[in-house]
Design a protein around this ligand. Structure first.
Ligand SMILES: [Fe+2]
Length: 558
């Protein structure tokens, strides 16, 4: 049975394909259309399907549209209709949204060139999130916490899972949305609505005490969970006026970042940690289990994830590599599989490497059509490691592309973490990011405990989703990856999960005695590169010293 999962209701448009319960492909549309997040979330565009992501999934499995048994879409308009309240936002916008959603089944039929009828399924958004975390986790039973901007109307959902069954325990509905709160504060601080990761980076420079008290009137945290004052979030037109009055004028994009901006970010981060750990504790009371799954865009906040891990309420925590809306494409397909098949779907398969890969012939054709010279490296891992140790920036393009926003060693830029100036060099020559943002390390899993306060190794440590402290004694040795607060957003690399990347870091370790490299996504203010041509374009326009695609090596000197 072949089930195509689709997300396009808000942003992070994506497609995924389950073949007999096995996840064979998952990819975000942004990697193909080269628009960050695939598209903006808008009332007028939930029907814009991720056509190229869908096409990739079918091609990868050698299927045609005729072979698709079911299509699963990660939003259920019925739930929205039941619970929407006219005072939340303009009913005309809601009407537009509903009309566009109503087009989705027909557009899916048009795209696939066949009628679907009862083979098309709307799946509740937070159920899709929950499934996308639970089944890959491999847990037999678990408590699940989904936190995002909004599903149909829920901002957070507490659930429990056992076997194939996922049951909602409780929801926190609009306006109580931590995801929206981060979007609004990102805008107030002069970033785009989708730049929560920048706010998270900035928070480490601020003092949470400065606005702690005032922030409580926006986000109130108690034993029973959290509540958000509606005047500050979502669709309120005057929300920035209120924030200006409370914290001083908001920041204009590209203007100077003042200490109070960092203090606001710090108060937000602190309050979010408190809110999420309160939810986790509440969930533990309702669902006694040792296993926790986290899902939803807020689960990309590695500082909060670290607080959840350290709280110790659950001994094992699993977060998928793409906890934001992209993985609802996977989750929706899993939900439909469970409804249609007696056989359970695949469990515990959590690899992020689910996207396109390219063979040497395709790579060489791209190099040739760019008019560039390349050579074949006999030992790409060793050669790349030596270049990194010599202070070079190396682009590492290997195998299947990652699913999710982090480059995890297949579409990565790598550099030497020992050099204090490497952050600036990367920013000036390639990344063009704000200077305050940290770069992350990828460490050999077998040496992680010597360098970072990782605790028990979790599968999700391989997805760069936690920010443990760097061991005090080691901080001076790897200054380029230690954030302002002494933490690092570390990726653990095992030989099993990514043998080529593991080999490269092992070579770097053998030469330098340091078992980690800087790993940042292979892009320059654009979605992560997907194809060899994307890689070559970014390589040529930036100050990257060398590009390895499979064993094909290009250097800046030609
Ligand atoms: Fe979501």
């Amino acid at each position: 049975m072949n089930i195509l999962g689709i997300n396009s209701v808000y942003h992070e448009s994506a497609a995924a394909l389950l073949v007999d319960g096995e996840l064979v492909a998952a990819v975000e549309e942004e990697r193909f259309n080269r628009i960050k997040h695939g598209k903006e979330a808008d009332f007028d565009n939930p029907h814009q399907l991720p056509e190229r992501a869908i096409r990739y999934c079918l091609n990868h499995a050698g299927l045609t549209a005729r072979d698709i048994d079911h299509v699963a879409f990660s939003f259920d308009p019925k739930l929205r209709r039941k619970r929407y309240r006219a005072e939340w936002w303009d009913p005309r916008l809601e009407e537009t949204f509903r009309l566009r959603l109503g087009q989705v089944p027909g557009l899916a039929e048009e795209l696939l060139g066949r009628s679907l009828g009862a083979r098309f399924h709307f799946v509740p958004h937070h159920l899709a999130h929950a499934a996308s975390a639970f089944f890959p986790s491999g847990f037999d039973r678990a408590a699940i916490l989904t936190i995002d901007g909004i599903g149909e109307v829920a901002g957070s959902t507490l659930a429990k899972a056992e076997g194939q069954r996922i049951q909602t325990v409780e929801t926190f509905g609009y306006p109580h949305s931590l995801g929206f709160l981060w979007e609004v504060l990102s805008g107030y601080l002069g970033f785009s609505h989708y730049d929560a990761s920048k706010v998270m980076g900035l928070a480490a420079y601020g003092n949470p005490e400065v606005f702690r008290h005032k922030f409580e009137s926006i986000l109130r945290v108690g034993k029973e969970g959290y509540a958000i004052a509606p005047a500050f979030i979502g669709f309120q037109a005057d929300k920035f006026d209120r924030l200006d009055a409370m914290f001083g004028p908001g920041r204009y994009m590209d203007s100077e970042i003042l200490p109070r901006h960092a203090d606001v970010a710090a108060a937000l981060q602190e309050a979010t940690n408190a809110a999420v750990t309160a939810l986790v504790r509440r969930l533990k009371r309702k669902v006694p289990s040792d296993n926790l799954c986290l899902a939803g865009g807020v689960a990309l906040n590695c500082v909060t994830n670290e607080a959840v891990r350290q709280s110790g309420d659950f001994s094992d925590v699993f977060i998928p590599s793409a906890p934001h809306d992209a993985s609802t494409a996977v989750g929706a397909a899993l939900v439909v599989h469970c409804a249609k098949q007696k056989k359970p779907p695949q469990r515990g398969y959590s690899t992020p490497y689910l996207g396109p890969k390219f063979n040497r012939r395709e790579i060489l054709a791209a190099v040739k059509s760019a008019g560039l010279a390349s050579r074949r490296s006999k030992a790409p891992a060793r050669e790349a490691a030596d270049m990194i140790a010599d202070g070079k920036i190396v682009a590492w393009f290997q195998g299947r592309m990652e699913f999710g926003p982090r480059a995890l060693g297949n579409r990565s830029l790598l550099a030497d973490p020992r050099r204090p100036d490497m952050r600036n060099i990367l920013n000036q020559r390639v990344k063009h990011r704000e200077d305050f943002r940290p770069f992350a390390p990828s460490v050999l899993a077998e040496h992680a405990d010597e360098w970072f306060e990782v605790g028990a190794h979790l599968t999700s440590h391989e997805f760069m989703l936690f920010a443990p402290a760097v061991k005090t004694a080691q901080r001076d040795r790897i200054p380029a990856v230690v954030h302002q607060d002494g933490t690092a957003r570390v990726q653990l690399v095992t030989r099993k999960s990514n043998p080529r990347f593991h080999e490269l870091i092992s070579c770097f370790f053998a030469r330098t005695g340091v078992p980690l490299v800087i790993n940042t996504s292979f892009n320059d203010s654009e979605p992560i590169v997907c194809t060899p041509t994307d890689a070559i374009v970014t390589f040529r326009k930036s100050g990257i010293d060398a590009l390895f695609m499979d064993d094909v090596c290009l250097t800046a000197q030609g």
